[in-house]
Design a protein around this ligand. Structure first.
Ligand code: PBG
Length: 346
């Protein structure tokens, strides 16, 4: 006699048994709601001047600063693993007040883009568009300083000037597009950055270039190791005057709405794991592709715990990536990209 018959007779409700669908590996595969693919991953790379350099980044095991001649092979390897895109961060030779190497046609990133597109034309090359790696003060744009061409006496010293920064962002985006960038990813949280870059690109004939906006980027402690990797810590203050307060959720939706209105093609939430609620809200409110950035500190944290023997790196890395996708990400920027592409279970 089965339970339904039993219920009919006795009036006792059947025990609901979700475990039935978890009994075997094949059954679990049949009912799995989220799966990872190398197509989901965007691989971040740090590039510096020089030759034959693959310099380990202390706080990010397995990640390196690459010279252009060496990064090309890494990009090819990533493409062969099925990863469709890389995002590039540059370490310039010279830093100055306005970050001029960012818009120098022979600067580190335009040169790297040309070399990569030459060697692996199919790989989508994303250029992280920000000034913090290029400025001597380490902030993401032009700072109000007496004596500077942009100095505005009515504003406080050290204030990050929004609109002059927009001009330079548009200028640098055009230079990177000319070098062959497929996607520009503005990451500085300036007001109006997407609109300014879109207008600049369109005027210069690059209406095919995609904008992936770091739409909701929080002022996060989890960027710590990145500042080692890109050698870009702010020399004074922090970034909370332009990046978002971790306590705010509604404000993220406002930021996203603005970027959508300004013409963003893809959206990003950053960091990823501590902000899954934001990711989920953005996913539910918009139909554009949504990316999440599993940042340097998220990567370092998993590695540090694994190095102590406290967690299993592969299992936990895949679990975080699956969670990020389950929360709504179509794409994940992750330092695990190459390893995860090889770890993904059948
Ligand atoms: C530049 C930028 C940062 C990161 C990506 N682009 C640093 C920051 O905003 O402080 C962080 C990425 C990471 O931590 O992995 N604005």
């Amino acid at each position: 006699m089965n339970q339904t018959q039993l219920e009919t007779i006795t009036g006792t409700p059947p025990v609901i048994r979700p475990r039935r669908l978890r009994r075997t590996q094949a059954l679990r595969r049949m009912v799995r709601e989220t799966s990872l693919s190398p197509n989901d991953f965007i691989y971040p790379l740090f590039i510096r001047h020089g030759h034959d350099i693959q310099q380990p980044i202390r706080s990010m095991p397995g990640q390196f600063q690459w010279s252009i001649d060496r990064v090309v092979g890494e990009v090819r390897a990533a493409y062969q693993l099925g990863i469709p895109a890389v995002i590039l961060f540059g370490i310039p030779d010279v830093k100055d007040a306005c970050g001029s190497e960012n818009y120098e046609p022979n600067g580190i990133i335009p040169s790297a883009i040309r070399a990569i597109k030459d060697a692996v034309p199919e790989m989508m090359v994303i250029s992280d568009m920000c000034f913090c790696e290029y400025t001597d003060h380490g902030h993401c744009g032009i700072i109000n300083q007496p004596g500077d061409a942009y100095y505005q006496p009515h504003l406080p010293e050290g204030y990050l000037l929004n609109d002059p920064t927009l001009e330079l962002l548009a200028r640098a985006s055009i230079v990177h597009a000319e070098a062959g960038a497929d996607i520009i990813a503005p990451s500085g949280m300036m007001d109006g950055m997407v609109g300014a870059i879109r207008a600049g690109l369109d005027d210069a004939g690059f209406d095919h270039v995609v904008i992936m906006s770091y739409a909701a980027k929080y002022a996060s402690g989890f960027y710590g190791p990145f500042r080692d990797a890109a050698e870009s810590p702010p020399q004074f203050g922090d970034r909370s005057e332009y990046q978002m307060d971790p306590a705010n959720r509604r404000e993220a939706l406002k930021e996203v709405a603005l970027d959508v209105a300004e013409g963003a093609d893809m959206l990003m939430v950053k960091p990823a794991l501590p902000y899954l609620d934001i990711l989920s809200a953005v996913r539910q409110s918009y139909n554009l592709p949504v990316a999440a950035y599993q940042v340097s500190g998220e990567y370092a944290m998993l590695h540090a715990a694994a190095a102590n023997g406290w967690i299993d790196l592969r299992r936990c890395a895949l679990e975080t990536l699956t969670s990020i996708k389950r929360a709504g990400a179509d794409l994940i920027l992750t330092y695990f990209a190459k390893e995860a592409a090889q770890w993904i279970p059948e």
